[in-house]
Design a protein around this ligand. Structure first.
Ligand SMILES: *Cc1c(COP(=O)(O)O)cnc(C)c1O
Length: 427
């Protein structure tokens, strides 16, 4: 046995050769991704230099955290990188859902209306909005904020006429989800999101357009805030944390909106002025610096998976050579057993908890049972190689992440073995 395979099923020659052949076919796709990484690395580096990032910015703080220079500089750095007026970047934001909920709550008022322009939002937001869950938990609905949604068109685009049609005098906030999430649909491109934002503003300049930017950061040259979106939000244990941030979330956008969100984050009147962090801010800075690279390691892993599984006849979304706006690869297994085997293989190929075989479970905030593989250094960090899937037909696995492409590639080979290997003739 090769020492590289010691923690996983032995990788057969058939699998090795097949994956190597797929990889060669990805060469042009990878070269284009390298260009994006080069551009974004320079963008981030120049921002670090403009803000004169220095050792003192990494120092921990305590108490109220007034004038916390590490916190405040990190805010300005994110704003700069995302082409936004302002940003809030906080370890106290517990997750992506928390960052998005702060926006939904901070940017709507009783009697107002939230409009989802890309169909039903991410599962965990349903209870925040009050689409599902018990009344009385403090959802937007409990606070008298109405909700409406416009389905995507059959080919996966925003129905702009439909959205404009539903804008009325009560509409305060329009939300758009960039990534596919747990849906078999294309990502929305930043260009399309920008066009929709401009169309909404042409009709109603006072309506805030927010984008769930989870998984989208650094996959393209520009972020939605550079093209007309008012606010974006996401998780630091996904792309922008670069695999280094131990926790946290961010919000970036127009100054007046970021300020309103800051009053939800702490309290009205206090906003961004307080909030200390007793550990070093270094991982947040270093993670942002690494994010353009790490994101592309993950995107390359996804493209390879698409080529590998697509080549075996599974439906994959997106195709290996299709444009990508997030790090997710969806693979349709059509069979619960294969789906579970695939997700378990990703866990077996992990550096942490490699022998803990995941099982479907009832996860808080999700409607169906979910199976998750996350043998990660940062608990649940999906910028690290991971897979998660609701257990529902047609049994689609959503895989994402990989701190290094070489590791992502091993995970894919492990999955092929667990699904029965490749006969040498196929390779
Ligand atoms: C991950 C994700 C969320 C929620 O983030 P959590 O950190 O899991 O709470 C919301 N929207 C999208 C598109 C996501 O990918």
């Amino acid at each position: 046995m090769n020492y590289l395979d010691a923690a996983m099923p032995e990788i057969s020659a058939g699998v090795r050769d097949y994956v190597a052949a797929c990889e060669r076919e990805c060469a042009q796709v990878f070269a284009a991704l390298d260009e994006i990484e080069n551009y974004n690395t320079q963008k981030v580096l120049l921002a670090f230099q403009r803000h004169r990032v220095a050792l003192r910015h990494f120092a921990p703080t305590n108490g109220y955290g007034y004038d916390d220079i590490g916190r405040d500089t990190l805010d300005r750095l994110y704003a700069d990188v995302f082409g936004a007026e302002d940003a809030l970047v906080r370890p106290q934001i517990a997750s992506g859902t928390h960052a998005l909920a702060l926006c939904l709550q901070g940017l709507t008022r009783p009697g107002g209306k939230l409009l989802a322009a890309s169909g039903r939002p991410y599962d965990t937001l349903e209870q925040v909005i009050g689409i599902s869950g018990e009344p009385g938990m403090g959802s937007l609905r409990d606070y008298g904020v109405e909700y409406d949604e416009v389905e995507l068109t059959p080919d996966g685009h925003i129905d702009v006429a439909g959205v404009l049609d539903k804008l009325d005098e009560h509409t305060q906030l329009v939300t758009i989800q960039r990534s596919r999430g747990y849906a078999w649909r294309p990502c929305l491109s930043v260009d399309e999101i920008g066009e929709v934002a401009r169309a909404i503003h042409a009709r109603r300049p006072d309506v805030c357009v927010m984008v769930d930017n989870c998984y989208g950061e650094f996959t393209r040259l520009q972020e939605p805030t550079e093209l007309g979106a008012d606010v974006i939000a996401g998780s630091l244990i996904k792309n922008p944390g670069g695999g280094m941030a131990p926790t946290g979330g961010y919000i970036a956008g127009k100054r007046k909106y970021v300020e309103l969100v800051s009053y939800r984050l702490t309290s009205p009147g206090i906003g961004r002025e307080v909030g200390s962090y007793g550990a070093s801010y270094r991982p947040f800075y270093q993670g942002l610096f690494m994010a353009p690279h790490v994101t592309m390691q993950a995107v390359k892993t996804s493209a390879l998976a698409a080529r590998v599984f697509g080549g075996l006849g599974y439906d994959v979304n997106p195709a290996y050579d299709a444009p990508r706006e997030d790090i997710i690869q969806a693979i349709r297994f059509g069979d619960a057993d294969k789906l579970i085997r695939f997700v378990q293989a990703i866990q077996l190929a992990s550096p942490v908890d490699s022998e803990a075989l995941p099982e479907p479970w009832d996860m808080p905030g999700y409607q169906d049972q979910v199976i998750m593989a996350a043998g990660t250094f940062v608990s649940g960090a999906s910028i690290e190689l991971s897979a998660d899937s609701p257990i529902r037909p047609p049994y689609i696995a959503y895989m994402q992440g990989a701190l290094t492409y070489a590791h992502g590639r091993l995970g894919i080979m492990c999955a092929l073995e667990r699904l029965g290997g490749i006969s040498p003739s196929k390779a």
